[in-house]
Design a protein around this ligand. Sequence first.
Ligand code: 6CS
Length: 368
Amino acid sequence: MALLSAAAGVVMNNNFTGLWFPTLVTILIVAFGTACKQEKRHSFVSDWKFALEEIHGSVQDAYAQKFKELIEQRTNNEISVTVYPYGTLGTSDQVTELIHMGAIQFATASPGHLGKTIPELQLFLLHFVFSNDNVVNQAVLGESQVLRDYIDQLYQHKGLKFLALYPEGWQVWTTNKEIRQPQDFAGLKMRVMTSPMLLRAYAAYGANPTPLPYSEVYSALQLHMIDAQVNPVFAIEEMSFYEVTDYLIFPRHAQFVTSVVTNPHFFETLPTDKQQLIKEVITELNSYIFTVQETFNSERLKTMQTRKPNLQIRYLTAAERDAFRKASLPVRQEYIDMVGPRGKALLTILLEEVVKAEQELGSSPNTD
Ligand code: 6CS
């Protein structure tokens, strides 16, 4: 509109009276074209908000920053992406609600929290269902079409659009006492994320699982309201959990899995080229983020060792892991009981896909 009034102004002040009509037509055509282009440009949101469940410098932050870089570069800045680290827009549950309402466009949503809303997703919280080889896990989470189609449907039913699943690293226990066998968990107050299956998973070892939001874990450890927590190495370092625990124990029982979601209406009303761009970038980020999590997890282990030389680091042996594996098996049935036939189908798919990928990639089977 501003352009149209400017055009009218130019014509009114035009001294070349003989030329006024063709000039007016030309200006109006250009102005109309520009207005249409602007209209088209603004018919979809062009500042995309991407909210995280992790702080600045985390694996999820690296993912979102790369997403921002690629989207802005490939649209010549027609689209801008703003990344909101954990805490700026609320807890994981609140961020998922913002996506659902369409107030933001992208978010990470981990099964550890989203499992309350989509119970089937708690599949990824079961212990000893993944391969020992994390390259296999990445391939299954990122490429298994049968798994992705299933997940896609589940998200759709809850008003979310599923974009990606990726591993952030092995889950590691930080505790105030050494744990080498399930019995060592007896009565231990173990902080877990808020999905119910995690309570079952740690109750199976005899622990006293306590769900808490991420932001409350440090002070709960410091005040001895809890005795232990579980997270990947990079998170233990950046959230300083190692400062308030004595042991870092590697059982390789589970991966930290997260997902990337968008709002379905936002996505479906985007022009096809933008939808395509999102899919393309998400696919590229799959291998990018895998390398990032490997680097972050190995570098930050060294950082913690340097900062706290008396931090006790333990790697469970094959026999010790096996005792945990056996204790964890009844929880699979609890998952099926909680979720129903869809859960059983999903568990079968995941276990089969892991074996298939291990064979394809030439990895050793999921046992020690
Ligand atoms: O433990 C948690 O709640 C959080 N941990 C990580 C590594 N990412 C997000 C999640 O909310």
